[in-house]
Design a protein around this ligand. Sequence first.
Ligand code: FAD
Length: 419
Amino acid sequence: MTLTNWARNITFSTDRLHLPTSVEQLQELVAGSPRVRALGTGHSFNRIADTAGDLVSVRHLPKDITVTGSGDAATVSVHGGANYGEVAVALQAEGLALPNMGSLPHISVAGACATGTHGSGDGNQCLAAGAVAVEFVGGDGELVRTTGADPEFGGSVLALGALGVVTRVELATVPTFDVRQDVWLDVPIDRVVENFDEIMASAYSISMFDDPATGRQIDRLWIKTRIDPGDPTGVASAPDGTRWGGRAATTQQHCLTDHDASASTAQLGVPGPWHERLPHFRLDFQPSSGAEQQSEYLVPREHGAAALLAVQSLELREVLLGAEIRTIAADDLWLSPCRGRASVGVHFTWRDLDAEVVRAAAAVEEVLAPFDGRPHWGKVFSSDPAAHIERLADFRALVARHDPERKFGNDFLAQHLGI
Ligand SMILES: Cc1cc2nc3c(=O)[nH]c(=O)nc-3n(C[C@H](O)[C@H](O)[C@H](O)COP(=O)(O)OP(=O)(O)OC[C@H]3O[C@@H](n4cnc5c(N)ncnc54)[C@H](O)[C@@H]3O)c2cc1C
């Protein structure tokens, strides 16, 4: 059987995929394997999950989503194979929520946390920053649990699969809330640049979508406003995009031009639960694979507008399907591209054209270099992420402790982190 990632731009270097049905089976497998690597839902676009040894998925481990505590102190512990969509549905049933989600609810919690996956919002950190504990099978097959109280916790969740196979993640929660989505079309780029901070701070979560074919404008300004009990429709709280030169969308929109908008979560200002509005895509829409690749760079928040202008100056029409701009709050995770700085994510959805994507990503990296753009771990890049990691020596020591024989190593980790 040929194993590929979701986008099918990566064929894994092994055909051995193991699907243990108990943690004990997983422990035996890891203890007996010289080279093993965890695979989540395969939504990464590079060789981060690859191995020539044993690939292991935890998706057949017993499903168990358990809430502990109540109110602001409530946390949810989820099995390693859980995806954000199923966790969200379970939390909503308990009157709870996660502060944020990525664009696609089908992505696994363990895999998303491992790579620094994020949504948008000035006040929202990457998803891994919401973890309060993690459990994994280390290189010797022993089960390890580490929590926010441990000094190494900052290197243990966003860990690129280098410490072991994650069997559980415990996440902080918040009380449930509602959100409405409004999309504003054709916002002139000069108005966006002039008002960048105001726009990005105007609601709970904002995404700007840019179609390279349409020139100097943001095609869709996608605003997710948190509903305040004093304003149940959100009409008074939702920003009016005409103030930046936009016009209200009167039909449902997709992130990319000319794509089927029925895959998108409900827009047109209709309030609804957080988990049916924060992701861009609906949980009941299941994209099995996509003919696309992605790259993303995280630049310091203060350079967001200049970075947007810089990438707009590139001629990317032949290879770019669309770009997205989001904001992410700072965190202190050792390998996080948002470590120590509030960030703007400059994202590219490329046509599935390998050589052209590599060339286009390199061109983007060149224009973003003056802004110290840090690559997203799960997407296509060619720059050197290690240059940004102050705690690399600490991370290497952590890897040496949990995986002294380097069972979980692969070419990606060797190339980018020297482990
Ligand atoms: C359509 C689409 C939309 C996306 N949207 C966003 C977005 O909104 N924001 C964003 O930031 N990114 C986004 N991404 C990128 C995606 O979130 C990341 O690539 C993420 O890592 C994918 O998770 P996964 O479970 O598929 O992990 P995989 O791709 O399977 O693996 C990624 C890494 O996680 C490790 N890993 C996975 N499971 C485990 C485990 N159980 N234990 C230990 N390590 C593990 C792997 O070893 C590997 O190193 C998107 C990708 C796609 C395809």
